[in-house]
Design a binder for this molecule. Structure first.
Ligand SMILES: NC(=O)c1ccc[n+]([C@@H]2O[C@H](COP(=O)([O-])OP(=O)(O)OC[C@H]3O[C@@H](n4cnc5c(N)ncnc54)[C@H](O)[C@@H]3O)[C@@H](O)[C@H]2O)c1
Length: 369
């Protein structure tokens, strides 16, 4: 697939809840050509293709057989991520996958190996750190506005995951729970601020082991929660700082997107790492008030990581939401799970580089290819 020019052909696999946001955005980026939507349930794929003016819909096999599809966007459920990404890589496609990268660490390693051997790219959500909110905050940290980074506090507390999700039980089972579903946003943001994690320790509980589906034909049906739903984490970063994080789906209080990074000279309030925009605020040592900092850059929403891969392919440069980053985030989450089991600090063995910032004039809606 080398030597191609112009817009990059894209396929979406998984026509569920999040595909609406993705398709809305991917079809508006002039550098991408969304060619086909696929799902195990072909009627869902057809419905989403029609809603967003995508010319074709069909099966995973249809996607893999389409020579003009260069990037497969994997929006399936977490336990299908590995299988679908591996199939796409084996077919010579580049891959953008929703988080988590995979559910097991060896799956993450196999994905990276397969991409390296095939000479294809793999990238993984979240791409929120490429939005104007986090890019502005990260730029201030990089420029030394808070002094030497010392620590971070992150809080995510809600009563539970999306009550309107028709597959609610999938969010409270293997590969999900706040640790796998939500932590990727916070860990990725912290890695962009501090660099890679060195070690973690954690404690957790599941306050409500039985929950009920709240919408759709199965409303009222109870299921067993098989993952911890309240996790408290301490992390030590290779470069020196530490972080304290709470991830809870057991809290009547709804407080999410709280990320404060403290340095020797100031604290910065970073916007919600599950969003692309938001407010950046800075409180300097000795100052009475927080100061709001204007955001820089254009907000493209979910899918800008895919677009960055497309542009990186054509420019023959690294993409930002990389496989190495995703593997390190997965390794960190699995290490947190081990720390829960062992009740002790666990060393995070992998490492990764912080991503290059986006150029100030980066515009998802510009035609560049
Ligand atoms: N829903 C959200 O708000 C949200 C937000 C951010 C990220 N995500 C992530 O996006 C992914 C999908 O989430 P969702 O909420 O859209 O889930 P969903 O259950 O609504 O949709 C997943 C779709 O993938 C299809 N699918 C599953 N396995 C498949 C396979 N092997 N082949 C073909 N199709 C398959 C299912 O039929 C379903 O239509 C998850 O990884 C989730 O963490 C979701």
């Amino acid at each position: 697939m080398t030597g191609r020019q112009g817009t990059v052909g894209v396929a979406v696999i998984g026509a569920g809840m999040i595909s609406t946001q993705y398709l809305g955005n991917l079809t508006r980026y002039p550098d991408l050509d969304v060619r086909i939507v696929a799902d195990t349930f072909k009627d869902r794929a057809a419905e989403q293709a029609a809603a967003f003016g995508v010319p074709r819909s069909g099966s995973v096999a249809d996607v893999l057989a389409d020579e003009d599809v260069e990037i497969v966007v994997n929006l399936t459920n977490p336990t299908s991520h590995f299988q679908i990404s591996m199939m796409a890589l084996a077919a010579g496609k580049h891959v953008w996958t929703e988080k988590p990268f995979a559910v097991e660490l060896d799956e993450g390693a196999k994905l990276q190996q397969a991409a390296n051997e095939a000479g294809t790219r793999i990238g993984c959500a979240p791409d929120t750190f490429l939005g104007p909110g986090l890019q502005t905050a990260l730029g201030l940290i990089e420029a030394g506005e808070i002094g030497t980074p010392v620590s971070a506090l992150t809080l995510f507390e809600t009563p539970g995951p999306a009550p309107d999700h028709r597959n609610l039980e999938l969010l409270l089972t293997r590969g999900a729970g706040p640790l796998f579903d939500i932590a990727p946003y916070y860990i990725t943001a912290l890695v962009q601020a501090f660099g890679p994690l060195a070690s973690v320790v954690a404690t957790a509980r599941t306050a409500r082991p039985r929950r009920a589906i709240q919408v759709g034909p199965n409303a009222g049906q109870e299921f067993t929660v098989t993952v911890p739903t309240n996790v408290a984490i301490l992390a030590q970063f290779e470069s020196g700082p530490m972080s304290t994080s709470v991830l809870s789906w057991d809290s009547p209080l709804n407080r999410q997107g709280w990320v404060e990074v403290t340095g020797t000279r100031a604290t910065i309030a970073v916007p919600d790492p599950n969003r692309f925009d938001g407010e950046v605020r800075l409180k300097r040592h000795g100052a009475e008030k927080w100061v709001s900092v204007p955001l820089r850059g254009e907000s493209g929403g979910r899918g800008i990581g895919t677009l960055d891969i497309a542009r990186a392919i054509r420019a023959d440069r690294p993409h930002r939401a990389s496989g190495e980053l995703a593997y390190h985030v997965l390794d960190s989450m699995i290490s947190i799970g081990q720390a829960l089991d062992r009740k002790a600090f666990v060393t995070v063995m992998s490492t990764c580089d912080r991503a290059e910032p986006l150029p100030a004039d980066w515009d998802p809606y510009a035609r560049t290819l």
